[in-house]
Design a protein around this ligand. Structure first.
Ligand SMILES: [Zn+2]
Length: 476
């Protein structure tokens, strides 16, 4: 007893063609013209639909603690966003406070995800400290937990950030363990100096959040960590790239070829720009995230970077907060000092939605508007993350033997994004009012229909943690 998806157009990272797809159990078992249904097989009509691999969002934060509040979407609502948007795998970040064990924090993340997730998931392990325990844990995280990717921050000293000495040691340790280093690349000293000065001058509004993290500070840190990686002939993946300055560094590193250098960006950086921070009534706080939204010329450069392979993956950095009650956070620091996000941009919770909208936005304004090919859309949204993070070919493609994570995509619909209809628990949507011209109509996770026509059918807890293999530089 299997399922045959009939009459659709298969679109993968490399080609597209008319074919039927057969599913048995959790796997794709046949692809071809005119597949015959046997006794007891179910047939699903995919006429006029594209058949694409389920999306993989390589950069999300669910139920993330931030200064006494917690990001709004958890593994339940976050995975509902995923299924509704045509995404079937999420990669979160297990982030320990300094001094904490990485193995322990991965257990904590397992506890948050296990009973709630409605699609498959895994995590990157963040390294927020350097000491003997961390050095000993890095190879164990790869071998015992099946996590091959380690995130470091070059900013936020004292909280998550690593200095150059520590960052270099992580690059070396991760290379030895067979992993890849993910980097939040912004020069932390520049950021702290500029932000401190702005606050001292009474410049606490959201626009100063952006102005305190200039594109040059992102470019500098990107170039620095790439050079560190080249010393070890390691592998580095720059997360949420936003700036021309950083794209130039990634491109230069790829040209030199001494290290594997990969670039990620996020949906919002193509569409939302720095001027949003100047909206009246402090509405700019809705758009605060790091790195910040940039002036429009950087968005234009990102479209080019998608096509010339400087950027290979698109994530979201989904980390949603309510506008009312969270973005305007007030509280007290551990040392007793009161803070007020409405007066000091440094305390505005960073992040917003994106998991549900990623494929629709990139399809509508990328594929439909002729900026990228359908195959490049699938590569950057579904396939490349699987290759980089040790999930391919189990995930990220339509092939015999792969998990039946399949999306039936309506390539010609019309609709409008709105917080009134989104699956996120947050009270606003940064893409409010954007028109979309394509969407997921049915989403399968490992052979089961998990979403259909607006309704999430997968149960909480049906999603599985995905153990991944060591990093290998697949050609992507
Ligand atoms: Zn992030």
């Amino acid at each position: 007893m299997g399922t045959i998806i009939k009459g659709g157009r298969v679109v993968t990272a490399s080609d597209s063609f008319e074919a039927d797809v057969r599913i048995d159990g959790e796997k794709i078992t046949a692809i071809g013209k005119n597949l015959e249904a046997g006794n007891g097989d179910e047939t699903i009509d995919a006429n006029g639909r594209w058949i694409i691999p389920g999306g993989i969002d390589p950069h999300v934060h669910l139920e993330l603690p931030f200064m006494g509040t917690i990001s709004k979407d958890d593994f339940d609502t976050g995975t509902q966003c995923a299924l509704a948007g045509g995404t079937t795998t999420l990669i979160d970040f297990a982030i320990p406070p300094k001094g904490e064990s990485m193995l322990k924090i991965i257990d904590d993340w397992d506890a948050k995800a296990k009973d709630k997730a409605r699609c498959d998931y895994t995590y990157h392990a963040a390294v927020t400290d350097w000491n003997d325990q961390i050095a000993e844990e890095i190879p164990r995280v790869v071998k015992e937990r099946g996590i091959n990717s380690f995130k470091i921050f070059l900013a936020y000293y004292g909280v998550f950030g690593l200095n150059d000495d520590e960052a270099f040691r992580v690059v070396r340790a991760v290379k030895e363990a067979g992993g890849i280093v993910l980097v939040h690349a912004v020069n932390g000293n520049v950021l702290t100096a500029m932000a401190t000065e702005m606050i001292a001058n009474g410049q606490g509004e959201p626009i100063y959040h952006a102005l305190s993290q200039p594109p040059e500070a992102e470019g500098e840190a990107t170039g620095r960590i790439i050079r560190f990686t080249e010393i070890e002939n390691g592998s580095v993946y720059i997360v949420h790239t936003t700036a021309i300055d950083a794209l130039e560094e990634i491109n230069a590193g790829r040209q030199r070829g001494k290290a594997t250098v990969l670039g990620e960006t996020c949906t919002q950086y193509f569409f939302l720009n720095q001027d949003l921070y100047e909206l009246p009534n402090w509405e700019g706080a809705k758009y605060v995230l790091s790195p910040p939204l940039r002036p429009k010329e950087h968005s234009e450069a990102l479209w080019k970077a998608l096509n010339n392979h400087t950027i290979e993956t698109i994530g979201t950095d989904h980390c949603s907060f309510d506008y009312n009650g969270q973005k305007n956070l007030k509280g007290t620091l551990p040392d007793g000092t009161p803070f007020d996000a409405t007066k000091d941009f440094r305390f505005i919770p960073n992040g917003f939605n994106g998991i549900e909208e990623r494929l629709m936005m990139m399809y509508t304004y990328g594929v439909k508007d002729g900026r990228i090919s359908p195959e490049r859309w699938v590569a950057t949204c579904c396939t490349n993350a699987a290759k980089v993070f040790g999930l391919w070919p189990r995930k990220g493609t339509i092939a015999v033997g792969s998990d039946a994570d399949i999306v039936l995509w309506d390539p010609d619909c019309s609709g409008t994004i709105s917080a009134k209809t989104h699956k996120s628990a947050a009270d606003y949507n940064v893409y409010e009012g954007y028109e979309i011209r394509g969407r997921a109509t049915t989403t399968f996770v490992r052979g089961k229909v998990a979403y259909r026509d607006g309704e999430v059918l997968a149960e909480p807890g049906s999603g599985r943690f995905l153990k991944r293999g060591p990093f290998s530089a697949h050609s992507i």
